[in-house]
Design a protein around this ligand. Structure first.
Ligand code: FEO
Length: 398
């Protein structure tokens, strides 16, 4: 039988580890993930969140290793996305808890997902429930990252259950921050922020201020993905404050695809100009990079330069894919420009400029278009564009 792991006096981890997931609704999860669920072994045993449907048995085995599941009296669902609620209907059926608590929006979302009566009760920010020997209070975390998102706080033990927030897609058998090497997890935490939380950065800043005002200083932060923060919860809070601020940095990202190497050649000259201008640059071909790694690189950048060849009077499909994805994630404070090669119709390259504008990127120059293979004049224009973008970033940093 798979075992629960005690994480504090009364709290046990009863989640599941998904070692081999590599695509999480379009986000590449090279290190897998975990679905963390928690069991409070108080006088009224309480389960916080469940797991993805396919991992129901693993969660129940871990619960059974410490308690007969039928003895659980309360279930709290902090977030209705299927990776945390997929096993909820089956768990409610097996456990028959007295109460199932959700936020108002959680009620709507869970009902719309499962179309059955799960005897849900709604709670709001400031509501508190007795779990027998301790109290759980609730803080709604709307749009972090869904309207229903909610935190639960076990008061006496000072443990904050934050669902997706402060988590990462990182499968690990080691449950705590101090057991995992920072060089391995830091990129995954940053990637998680860039791909899941970035559009809500203003809300993150307001929420962090609200939590500080409430005087919450949890000794442990227990998210629903990755590991638990016990040694230094302030570490991830400070990282969130930094990422959410989207402060300018002397960094540019050049994203492109190429057909016969011409657009790639242009990218190389732009990159060379950026380097000469003193800017840290990442040159990312969509042949070799996943959209979710592109946005991770963009998180701390101040410029986005995009390139595409023309194919069938349109931009390359891989560029349409990444630009659609980036637009949704709404990175702020970027300058940028477009470039590309064509055979007989260069007009589609202007679509790239329009896409940048639709993403609220400040376009600093008209698109550079190369008929077929770039000549010396085009190469110079590309290098000059890199220098110009470096100059625009430097102005932002003043
Ligand atoms: Fe881990 Fe929004 O689900």
């Amino acid at each position: 039988m798979m075992q629960a792991v005690q994480i504090s006096e009364k709290v046990y981890w009863v989640g599941a580890i998904d070692w081999n997931i590599r695509d999480f609704h379009g986000y590449s999860t090279k290190r897998g993930t975990t679905y963390n669920a928690y069991l409070i072994m108080s006088e009224k045993p309480t389960l916080i969140d469940t797991v993805k449907k396919e991992f129901y048995d693993e969660m129940m085995e871990r619960i059974q290793s410490v308690i007969d599941p039928k003895k659980i009296q309360i279930i709290i669902s902090n977030h209705s996305e299927m990776d945390h609620s997929g096993a909820l209907p089956q768990a409610v059926e097996a456990i028959e808890p007295e109460e199932v608590y959700v936020s108002d929006m959680g009620f709507k979302d869970i009902t719309a997902q499962f179309h059955r009566d799960l005897k849900l009760k709604t709670v709001k920010t400031g509501d508190r429930i007795d779990v027998g020997g301790d109290t759980v209070s609730f803080v709604e975390a709307r749009m972090l990252h869904w309207p229903d998102s909610m935190f639960s706080y076990l008061e006496k033990e000072n443990v904050l259950f934050t669902n997706d927030v402060f988590g990462m897609h990182y499968a690990t058998g080691k449950l705590f921050d101090d057991e995992n090497e920072e060089r391995l997890w830091l990129y995954e935490a940053e990637k998680y922020y860039a791909n899941i939380v970035l559009p809500y950065s203003d809300i993150v800043l307001r929420f962090l201020a609200q939590v500080q005002k409430m005087g919450l200083s949890p000794k442990m932060i227990a998210p629903d993905h990755g590991f638990i923060w016990r040694k230094d919860p302030s570490k991830i809070i400070n990282l969130y404050a930094k990422w959410a601020s989207q402060a300018p940095n002397n960094k540019a990202v050049v994203v492109y695809d190429t057909m016969w190497g011409s657009t790639e050649k242009m990218a190389c000259y732009i990159t060379d100009g950026l380097r000469a201008g003193g800017t840290v640059v990442k040159q990312l071909s969509m042949h070799s990079n996943h959209r979710s790694d592109v946005v991770t690189e963009l998180l701390d950048a101040s410029a986005l330069i995009i390139g595409s060849p023309v194919l069938n009077s349109n931009i390359f499909p891989a560029m349409a894919d990444v630009l659609c994805y980036l637009k949704g994630l709404r990175k702020k404070g970027l300058v940028g420009a477009a470039f590309g090669s064509y055979g007989w119709n260069g007009a589609p390259i202007d679509e790239l400029t329009k896409m940048l504008e639709s993403m609220n990127v400040q376009v600093v120059a008209p698109a550079i278009k190369s008929p077929f293979v770039p000549d010396e004049n085009i190469k110079k224009q590309c290098r000059d564009l890199g220098l110009l973008v470096s100059q625009k970033i430097a102005e932002k940093l003043k």
